[in-house]
Design a protein around this ligand. Sequence first.
Ligand code: TYD
Length: 143
Amino acid sequence: MDEIKVRNSGYLKLSPYRDERDGILLIMESMKHVPFEIKRVYVISDFETGVSVRGMHAHKELRQVCFCLRGTLHLTLDDGTSRQKLLVKGMSSTGIILDPGLWHHMEAFSPDCILLVLASEYFKESDYIRDYDEFLRWVKDER
Ligand code: TYD
């Protein structure tokens, strides 16, 4: 996987537990494997390849980690200065950190793609920045 160079992102590597012939466990505990209290978990699936696009926003306070459990997608990360596009493949025990001040979008999903997202807060629409110019202004003010 390419090194993540944009700010407010990075990889979160978990150690999968191989239970011999009984499968692999991927364990995510708050404040232990994941660096925040997990208040919300959501799963995204059933994409239409070439049509589905997700993200296109940034958050002001929310911290998230996204795991690709199956399939592939393209994830574009933008900290307001640098932009980076990653090819993400599942099943991966490495999550991608989506911290505040990071514009992101996801596209080119394979139809079997399944994403698991761990979030530090309950859903709050006012935490979203959905306008790119507003995001650039917000990033400038935060620095
Ligand atoms: P959206 O923020 O676009 O999802 P993503 O972060 O994956 O791009 O949310 C899509 C819709 O689902 C929107 O109407 C808000 C709603 N939603 C919730 O009610 N709770 C949640 O935890 C999430 C992620 C979304």
